[in-house]
Design a protein around this ligand. Structure first.
Ligand code: GTP
Length: 606
């Protein structure tokens, strides 16, 4: 195809604003896929994605479209993940495009990730096509949201397309706009090869399959290729496109989007953002913007049954084949035995990984409370990195501790400004800026939506912040965050002792001014969460060896079966089964059984 007839674009949107639904409609309208095939939402191919209704991994599809000018165009849709945890992957998908559809729900308006995505797209100089989706909803307010888009992002009213992905309204107009408003790829077909990797997946037969956008040059044949950042060299096994399944082709030319099967065994050698070039005639420098996705959130993952350790190790090894951003290393805990310390891009990433391990590999796991990565300068002048509170050195050895801070953006109707302010302040946040997204005087008091920006310690965002934000704004607020910098802080470790035994997996790092409150809340929670034993169990919180709070779990008086009056055997059996089930998620520490929820108690401290 002539390059002037190629359009590379992606769809960006806040979660649930209808990105996947619109993608489906485009595939359908261009005849890329039939309605029957559509039944299984194609672009989101992972089970979990379908279930959680969110896009986790980017995918791509090539469509052929005959436009109203009578010409046929090749439209390459690159799907982007819809969650903040994956901002880097989003930025690489955007870098592979010349334009983006910006989908905004006409009943919701601009949300935090709408703005975050717009900034990412603007950084890549993409042509943006604003689409107001869900206009079929009775409470949609397309004119109000259009005014918001004009005011906040600077679109003009006649650029904005009204659509309903569900009903297929506006789809033709969108396809025409893609052809008319998004520029064709530039790039030099005769320059040395440069192809951007925007995704990679492991395939048992073809090795790592890199999803690429060819920027300069072309790739074909069996000539060796090289990854510019890792230096890995491979002989390509196959080139092709997604339509949306893999379809082999001779090669890919400048401007095109497709895949190359590398035969490599490890996605870590073939990272998102890296540049592919010829091994014997490499490009002088790689494409800009590459960095290694860095884990931000850490947690210990342990098998509830220590016999499953080997299985857990094998399962993690398989997962990282497809997920270069997941890191793990063996760890042992006095309380939990042998497991792994894992690093994730964010909380959602953590949740997805644990769920996949349990569901796809049949493991029963215990997860410790997530932690950020602290930087500790010791009194002897060393710098150590601590991603597990249990590893924090003794207070006497610490000169300075620093913690990561994030900049957060909250969008909410202005009537909730006070609540948001209170919440952020209670999390040690600092106010930066506020901006009305709508003209206040044209709406009922408190209606106009406002953007609030704060700096907040990342650790405080991890602990239940999003849920609290939602509940204090009746669900209206949306949140986006970006890690910004490290700042020193007066942090201490609160240790928990159960029956006199310190339980390392329950330690938390907290601000010194909060330590006592955290200690007290934790022991109270644990008192409720740890079932009674045959003997009395003291639960204590300590900072640097000093006890700051204490509760006691009284000894159990009744046998569980005492509840079963008479000789109802089935009932008795059911109760015993239920108890056995509950047991699976218990961990014996010393002589006390501690349930999984106890290890997550620090997540619900407030
Ligand atoms: P992520 O993948 O999580 O980013 O979500 P998404 O933006 O892809 O949203 P998705 O397409 O999954 O749509 C979210 C919900 O909105 C689904 O329940 C859709 O059926 C619904 N939806 C999408 N488009 C429309 C529309 O035009 N009208 C109505 N009424 N509902 C829609």
């Amino acid at each position: 195809v002539d390059k002037s007839h190629i359009r590379n674009f992606c769809i960006i949107a806040h979660i649930d604003h209808g990105k996947s639904t619109l993608a489906d409609r485009l595939l359908e309208r261009t005849g890329t896929i039939s309605e029957r095939e559509m039944a299984e939402q194609v672009l989101d191919s992972m089970d979990l994605e379908r279930e959680k209704g969110i896009t986790i991994k980017a995918a791509a599809a090539r469509m052929l479209y005959r436009a109203s000018d009578g010409q046929e165009y090749e439209l390459n849709l690159i799907d982007t993940p819809g969650h903040v945890d994956f901002a880097y992957e989003v930025s690489r998908s955007l870098a592979a495009c010349e334009g983006a559809l910006l989908v905004v729900d006409a009943s919701q308006g601009i949300e935090a990730q709408t703005l975050a995505n717009v900034y990412l797209a603007m950084n890549q100089d993409l042509a943006l096509i604003p689409v107001l989706n869900k206009i079929d909803l009775p409470h949609a307010e397309p004119e109000r949201v259009a005014a918001e888009l004009e005011r906040v992002i600077g679109f003009s009213r006649d650029e904005i397309i009204l659509a309903s992905a569900k009903e297929g309204i506006g789809v033709d107009e969108i396809l025409e706009a893609i052809v008319a408003r998004i520029p064709p790829p530039s790039g030099n077909p005769n320059a040395p090869l440069k192809a951007l990797i925007f995704d990679s997946k492991y395939d048992a037969y073809k090795g790592v399959v890199a999803h690429v956008r060819v920027v300069d040059g072309e790739m074909h044949g069996r000539r060796n290729l090289k990854l510019m950042s890792t230096g890995a060299v491979f002989e390509p096994l196959e080139f092709g496109i997604f339509s949306p399944g893999m379809r082999p082709l001779e090669g890919l030319a400048a401007g095109e989007v497709g895949y190359v099967a590398t035969g490599l065994k490890d996605v870590a050698e073939c990272r998102v953002g890296d540049t592919i070039t010829w091994a014997d005639e490499p490009a002088p420098e790689p494409l800009p913007g590459y960095r290694r996705a860095k884990p931000m959130v850490f947690a210990g993952i342990y098998p509830t049954d220590s016999d499953q350790y080997q299985e857990l190790r094998d399962a993690l090894a398989k997962l990282v084949l497809n997920d270069a951003s997941l890191v793990y290393e063996p760890e042992s805990s006095v309380a939990l035995g042998f497991g792994f310390r894992c690093g994730f891009l964010g909380l959602l990433h953590l949740e997805i990984v644990v769920e996949r391990l349990e569901r796809e590999y049949g493991l029963s796991l215990l997860t410790t409370a997530p932690s950020v990565e602290y930087r500790v300068q010791t009194t002897s002048g060393e710098e150590i990195i601590v991603d597990n509170p249990a590893d924090l050195p003794d207070p006497s050895r610490i000169a300075v501790i620093s913690e990561p801070w994030a900049k957060i953006d909250v969008i909410t109707p202005s009537r909730y400004i006070g609540q948001v302010m209170d919440l952020v302040t209670s999390r040690r946040g600092q106010f930066l800026r506020m901006e009305f997204l709508e003209a206040e005087n044209e709406l009922a008091p408190g209606e106009a939506r406002v953007l609030l920006e704060y700096d907040v310690p990342m650790a405080e965002v991890l602990v239940d912040f999003y849920d609290q934000l939602k509940s204090s704004t009746s669900g209206y607020a949306s949140l986006d965050y970006q890690v910004k910098e490290y700042r020193p802080a007066r942090l201490v470790k609160v240790d928990i002792l159960v029956n006199g035994v310190p339980v390392d997996a329950l330690s938390v790092i907290t601000h010194a001014s909060n330590a006592e409150k955290v200690g007290r809340t934790l022991v109270t929670k644990l008192k409720d969460l740890i079932p009674r034993q045959l003997f009395e169990v003291p639960i204590q919180a300590a900072v640097g060896g000093k006890i700051i709070a204490r509760e006691t779990i009284r000894a159990m008086r009744k046998n569980v079966l005492a509840k079963c009056y008479g000789g109802d055997v089935t009932r008795k059996r059911k109760l015993l089964e239920k108890q056995a089930e509950g047991k699976k998620k218990m961990k014996r520490v010393g002589s006390v059984e501690i349930p999984q929820e106890a290890f997550m108690a620090v997540l619900r401290l407030r």
